[in-house]
Design a protein around this ligand. Structure first.
Ligand SMILES: [Zn+2]
Length: 221
């Protein structure tokens, strides 16, 4: 679904947590055709791999889960527009509805290196803090949420907001939402029925693109 939506290129991974286990798409699997047997299972507590081969940037997931007991799903992707803005040092501000869920401005990890060890994972978790996203300068973005449905919706919104901001920055300085506007729009977009609608739409687009032919779509609905 994320590949069809243009969020995943050949890179990117989404995980969900169940107790001490993290389920994440495997290192070598094509992002547009991940089979169930290509999903890796890793333990949060000691980092041990119970099944498969996790992505090389697994510390993103493990360190964020360790830092945030409230988080049940994490997605990392090499976001085209969000990273383009990050290297131009244009902040991802809330100036469109799609940006309201992230507060006034998405924080930036000022380090383009891949997150392949605990120290870098912890540094990223510190930038995310109590929020739900961070941009990694010249590299990508990370989004965290309580569940995978919300995580997908936020991933789409982060990149949509960046795309729209790119257009605005080409013209002038975006007019930022007030705190009251951010709160109101974020509340509306966070309604379970709205989040579910975004998931359903992404699912149907992926199905029509033929990306879910070997998966029981009823399980995802
Ligand atoms: Zn990456």
């Amino acid at each position: 679904m994320l590949a069809v939506a243009g969020i995943f290129d050949m890179h990117g991974h989404i995980s969900l947590r169940d107790g001490d286990s993290v389920f994440v798409n495997g290192h070598g699997a094509s992002r547009i055709a991940v089979r169930p047997d290509e999903i890796a299972v890793v333990r949060v507590s000691d980092g041990a791999t119970d099944r498969g081969t996790p992505p090389s940037e697994l510390p993103i997931h493990r360190e964020l889960y360790r830092a945030r007991p409230d988080v049940g799903s994490i997605v990392h992707y090499h976001a085209l527009y969000a990273t383009a803005l990050s290297v131009a040092e244009k902040p991802l501000v809330a100036a469109f509805n799609a940006g309201a869920s992230f507060g006034r401005e998405v924080p930036v990890l000022d380090d383009p290196r891949l997150i392949r060890d605990e120290a870098r994972g912890r540094a990223l978790a510190a930038v995310v803090g109590a929020g739900n996203a961070a941009v990694m300068r010249g590299h990508g973005a990370v989004v965290v949420a309580r569940d995978i449905v919300t995580c997908l919706a936020l991933a789409l919104q982060l990149e949509e907001n960046a795309h729209r901001l790119w257009l605005s920055y080409a013209i002038g300085e975006p007019r930022r939402f007030s705190d009251a506007e951010i709160a109101s729009v974020a509340e509306n977009l966070g309604e379970p029925r709205v989040v579910r609608k975004i998931w359903t739409d992404a699912l149907e687009r992926a199905r029509r693109a033929g990306a879910l032919e070997d998966i029981d779509v009823a399980l995802l609905a």
